[in-house]
Ligand binder design. Sequence first.
Ligand SMILES: C[S@@+](CC[C@H](N)C(=O)[O-])C[C@H]1O[C@@H](n2cnc3c(N)ncnc32)[C@H](O)[C@@H]1O
Length: 469
Amino acid sequence: MTDFQAATDRFLSWFKSAGGEFRDDLIEIQDLRSQGAGRGIVTKQDIPQDCTLFTIPRSAIINVETSELPKKLPRTFEAAFEEEDEDTEPLDPWESLILIMLYEHLQGSGSRWKPYLDVLPTTFDTPMFWTEPELKELEGTVLTQEKIGKQASNEKLRSRIIPVVLQNSAVFYPADAEELGEEQLLSLAHQMGSTIMAYAFDLDNEEDDPEEDEDGWVVDKDAQRMLGMVPMADILNANADFNAHVNHGVSLEVISLRSDVKAGTEILNYYGAMPSSEVLRRYGYVTPEYHRYDEVEIPRSAVAKALSTATGLSPSNLTDMGVGIGTEENEEPFIIERDSGAPNEEGRLVDEAKMNDFPELEEELKDALKIIKKHKPEVVADKRKRDEIANAVIAEVLTEKLTEYPTSVREDRDLMKKSDLTNKHRMAIEVRWGEKVLLEEAIAMLKARTDAANTESDERPAKKIKSQA
Ligand SMILES: C[S@@+](CC[C@H](N)C(=O)[O-])C[C@H]1O[C@@H](n2cnc3c(N)ncnc32)[C@H](O)[C@@H]1O
């Protein structure tokens, strides 16, 4: 038996001893490494709809309620600090769970989750761990260095996590254990952070209504939400098209969603509707099904520049009029995306994903052009001229964006046919290819729309003449 299989077996028996129920007659944990998918859960026979495949008691979850660490460091984990510590930021759910995972890991065989910790990853395919040449393959995509966030994450771990371990080494390390140096701790904290990113669940507390505190303010549920590591539920891989759901009740239950799940099918969970870039950033994989949610970001500065060109007005002219598209107050880029529809109650993708419009960008351009019309009516004479300028600006920023990728759609398609690509290279190509396909779709849609508008306006006078006749 391989070490991999032995670790799986130890984990499964530990899971049952911790109170988990696992339908061995229906499903099994399989080694899917040959498909680049680690462990996954696969059916052994046909599964009916609404069938409970396994159940996880809340006591088996690793979180602030079950780990000993918060009891040992109550002041660190208290949400509200005492008066003299008012300035200290309380730990957020993410930081709390990183500390807890570090603690459980450092306990070694003293942790009651040891067989579970042994099946969690130690290496990752997420861009956070890519080398410079690997990251270069993502040039032009939304996955910028800033978005990947290695530096911000380093800073956060160094300022918020490492000091807690260093100042409480007697708590974090079992007696006689060798203590880690700061750099080793940082690397372990990264490992825990990335594990949490790809494996942890947001735990619903069964009271989903917004809560009010005693002053009547609605409490920010996001800040309060509890993150937890849920053994076995996180052995499920996922896709945009999925066939199972995790119900959060007294315990957590994994339920089949479809009536046609045949023997030998992988049970797939849902991580949400995300573009390929985000699936890669968080989870380190891509699948064709996520492409429908792909997104491209257009910086505001590019829109402001194109507007200036299309109107013949200088950027400072536009700012003086009060056109705020490219000003520094709002740095959020415009998102180009399809209307993709949500998966249905069986986890199936039924709607066609279609590029229909550019709601935010069009709205802001319309507002900008109204302002311009007020100051310079000769530039935007009527609605037709306004639409013409807006379309020209959108066409310009989309075309310009396409030039920012070092390769074309065609080149990427050819590259993907090569058999000697590394997994990371293949995933980078998938992400940048998906963005360019979306841009090409957007440009084609815009052209069709502009052509239709032109045909309509060419036809209008003819119709008038006809009705006059
Ligand atoms: C919650 S875990 C799922 C269990 C994981 N396969 C394992 O062996 O521990 C999430 C990770 O599984 C992998 N994964 C999930 N869904 C996948 C899929 N559809 N294809 C390939 N890998 C997938 C990714 O590495 C992701 O970061």
